[in-house]
Design a protein around this ligand. Structure first.
Ligand SMILES: [Zn+2]
Length: 223
């Protein structure tokens, strides 16, 4: 499911032709941009254009590494999964709001159409045109709102369901991230303890040497 959502986002931002990049970028490690270009059978510039478009929305992160021999930088990329899902969630919230508004409007307002030109007019506009089509001069007929409403309601249920699944994926992702953070914190603590112990031992050792050094001149004085 997550992969489908990531594809949906890429298609939304860049277009259908960029869809396969979603799978490549959904990785724990950053991926070499030349490898992405090769796998997608695109030039490096085409690949970068796609990546920049996604980066404009903050949904990918990159790191760069310098090629020691050639002296240029290569970028490595990966999708920020949580940010991407939250982006999709926001889009779905807006879409649901839009559908609800359309439903409300269809429930209370009449619409008119010219069947020949496939044009639709609100009641005010139809009145303004004297219920005659400005394109062909034909007479408007009343739009069947019930059919439109049925479609809109179906769409609302579908979008609501998608929204629900995206929210679940967001929770999963957050849980994964907090586990990862906990692991890092634990590792850092263990490392910090080791370093502290090492320093303590070094200090102890240094004190011993100092102690010895201090002793020597006192011996000399006695001589
Ligand atoms: Zn017409």
């Amino acid at each position: 499911m997550l992969n489908n959502f990531l594809k949906e986002i890429v298609v939304m931002l860049v277009g259908k032709q960029a869809e396969p990049i979603a799978d490549l970028l959904n990785s724990n490690k950053h991926v070499n941009e030349f490898l992405i270009a090769k796998k997608l059978n695109l030039t490096i510039n085409q690949t970068r254009n796609i990546l920049y478009k996604i980066a404009d929305h903050g949904l990918v992160s990159s790191i760069r590494k310098k090629d020691r021999r050639k002296g240029w930088y290569t970028y490595f990329w990966k999708l920020e999964v949580l940010k991407s899902l939250e982006f999709l969630q926001n889009m779905l919230i807006k879409k649901i709001e839009q559908i609800k508004n359309q439903i409300k409007s269809r429930e209370v307002k009449q619409f008119y159409i010219c069947e020949k030109c496939n044009l639709e007019f609100s009641e005010e506009n139809a009145l303004l045109h004297d219920f005659t089509c400005p394109e062909c001069g034909g007479v408007f007929s009343l739009k069947d709102n019930l059919g439109v409403l049925k479609e809109l309601r179906k769409n609302l249920v579908k979008t609501d369901r998608e929204m629900h699944i995206v929210s679940e994926e967001i929770n999963k992702e957050k849980e994964k991230n907090s586990k990862k953070t906990a692991r890092v914190v634990k590792k850092t603590k263990v490392k910090a303890k080791k370093t502290a112990r090492k320093r303590f031992n070094q200090k102890k050792h240094a004190k011993k040497i100092k102690h010895k050094k201090n002793k020597r001149p006192s011996k000399k004085k006695r001589l």
